[in-house]
Design a protein around this ligand. Structure first.
Ligand code: HEC
Ligand code: HEC
Length: 504
């Protein structure tokens, strides 16, 4: 792509006649676009469109540098400029799981103005190659089982697994080496999470992605023939993921008469329902990063009369077991995080409020606070063992020397970590039947150099222990509703009280 850009620049000077059919908008439209761009876009994309706004240091992937004329989401040939409609679509829809927000509230005229203004950042839009034609994007035929089976073959024949991995979890052997055109490390998409696709998650979007490629990224364009194989591939990729993330609001631990044995692995948890939680970057305190290496965590739990086992699973491009990690490690802010001599391992933590929870209110989500401590079960996956820390806030974590029985394994791009504890333990939360234990999860991706407060975390959520005799599924639902209601009432009372104090 770099050589292509150079070639285009050369040709531009050799043949400077601008294409006739290119619509660059009117002066008034570009000026209106400039004003809106400076208000809404320049802090990320930079005043001159070079992708160097104030927020750039915190964003991976980085905001697009418009001066190179490179665009990922196009209906045009690989290496060509996008059509006007491609730029409009990217502005309207944004790019999920990146810094690029959707702008559904803008009028068509406003989106046009922005589109015309963005074109002024690159000479290519007024050069000899500015005129582009959208490729024919056929509408998807129906999905059949045969086409999905054939699609798997097409997936293998075209080496998609080199980058995306055998089961599509983004863990192909080339994964860790991939960088974009701007030399920034980039991940091959996790095809089992279609909702994270940046160019959209419909079958038409997937079709466009692999037929035109994502310029500026290592994702190539593929010319697959016959057309039936193209749709077979689309249907296979589509089949790897559910439609939506379907994030859970709490996890349910189910009762078993069997022993809880972490070394028995994931199969022992098959009777427990999966709760899937969104993970977001820690952005409140220093160390912040907006898009963590791990953006979703699956949780299953089982308990018997004496013990509870919690199983955590997440997709990870690579198992990073060299290096160190710890919840209290210091993290320099992004631009200064340049010393790469120290490697960091993958890690995971489960956090509960300390004591029996009678302290009232939840501790502060970032490792607790001075008056409300948390118990942290922290597993550095370079040593498959979960250590107990007491947290009174970031920078105030103490290892007690105690640890929990743990197992950790990595297969086909997925970590499975199981941690076991006694249901009753002095000074720590008691796991009671039919009760909701507040819980929060963190994951550190060693490859992304996450440690300390640079990590992905869930919000406070709950772990519900289903009693031995199962009740109707409405039980926990109603209970959860009740908790939400009580919390809401509590908040209202507090606000009222505060307000009446002010007015008094
Ligand atoms: C908070 C930061 C942020 C803001 C604000 C923002 N963008 Fe972006 N934008 C990004 C990032 C990050 C990307 C690159 C995402 C990627 O490469 O996956 C991007 C990519 C784009 C692209 C490239 C699409 C392609 O095909 O490659 C366009 C066009 C764009 N932004 C337009 C805009 C416009 C117009 C605005 C203002 C209305 C805007 N952006 C505001 C962060 C931002
Ligand atoms: C050389 C490595 C490589 C190969 C081979 C490759 N991909 Fe990709 N693919 C990537 C990267 C990197 C991304 C992420 C690009 C980004 O985030 O901007 C990606 C993204 C995608 C996406 C998500 C696009 C989006 O909107 O976010 C899909 C779907 C996809 N690839 C399908 C395929 C299929 C199907 C094949 C085989 C025909 C394939 N890829 C082969 C590297 C590769």
């Amino acid at each position: 792509m770099k050589t292509l850009a150079t070639l285009l620049t050369l040709l531009y000077f050799v043949a400077p006649s601008a294409a006739q059919n290119v619509d660059l908008g009117t002066d008034a439209q570009r000026e209106a676009g400039r004003l809106m761009y400076n208000a809404k876009c320049s802090h990320c994309h930079g005043a001159r469109g070079a992708g160097d706004g104030a927020a750039t240091a915190f964003l991976r992937p980085a905001p697009r540098d418009f001066t190179t004329g490179t665009f990922k989401f196009r209906t045009t040939e690989n290496g060509e400029l996008p059509t006007d409609e491609d730029i409009r679509r990217s502005i309207r829809q944004g790019m999920p799981y990146t810094g690029m927000p959707p702008w559904p509230q803008l009028s068509e005229q406003e989106v046009d103005n922005l589109m015309y203004y963005i074109k002024t950042f690159s000479d290519f839009f007024s050069g000899p190659f500015a005129e582009v034609t959208a490729l024919d994007m056929p509408s998807p035929p129906s999905i059949t089982d045969e086409s999905i089976v054939r699609g798997r073959e097409v997936f293998l024949e075209n080496s998609c697994i080199d980058c995306h991995g055998n089961l599509g979890r983004g863990d192909g052997p080339s994964g860790p080496t991939l960088t974009d055109q701007w030399d920034i490390p980039i991940r091959a998409a996790d095809l089992t999470k279609r909702w994270t696709f940046r160019g959209g998650s419909t079958r038409s979007d997937i079709y466009r992605t692999f037929t035109t490629g994502l310029d500026g990224s290592p994702m190539p364009a593929f010319d697959i023939q016959p057309i039936e194989d193209q749709w077979a591939l689309v249907n296979y990729v589509h089949s790897l993921s559910r439609d939506e993330a379907d994030y859970s609001t709490y996890a349910t631990s189910v009762f078993t008469t069997a022993a809880i044995d972490p070394s028995a692995g994931a199969d022992a948890f098959s009777a427990a329902p999966e709760a899937f939680f969104a993970m977001v970057g820690q952005v409140i305190e220093p160390g912040r990063s907006f898009f963590p290496g791990v953006n979703g965590l699956a949780v299953r739990a089982m308990h018997n009369a004496d013990h509870i086992g919690i199983m955590l699973q997440w997709n990870d491009m690579s198992a990073d077991t060299d290096g160190i990690n710890g919840p209290g490690l210091e993290v320099p802010i992004w631009p200064n995080d340049t010393d790469t001599t120290q490697a960091f391992s993958d890690a995971v933590a489960i956090q509960f409020p300390s004591g029996d929870g009678s302290g009232g209110g939840l501790p502060y989500l970032l490792f607790g606070d001075v008056s409300n401590s948390v118990d942290l079960w922290f597993a550095d996956l370079s040593t498959p063992r979960a250590d107990h820390y007491v947290g009174n806030g970031s920078g105030n974590l103490t290892a007690s020397g105690m640890d929990y029985e743990t197992s950790a394994s990595y297969e086909d791009g997925q970590w499975t970590v199981i941690i076991k504890r006694d249901r009753t333990l002095d000074g720590q939360i008691t796991f009671e039947d039919a009760a909701f234990a507040p819980v929060l999860f963190s994951v550190w991706d060693g490859f992304s150099r996450e440690r300390g407060n640079r990590r992905g975390l869930t919000s406070w959520t709950y772990l519900y222990l289903e009693p031995a005799e199962t009740e109707s599924p409405l039980g926990p639902m109603a209970m959860y509703g009740l908790i939400t209601l009580l919390l809401g009432l509590g908040a209202t009372t507090l606000i009222r009280r505060k307000y009446s104090n002010v007015s008094a």
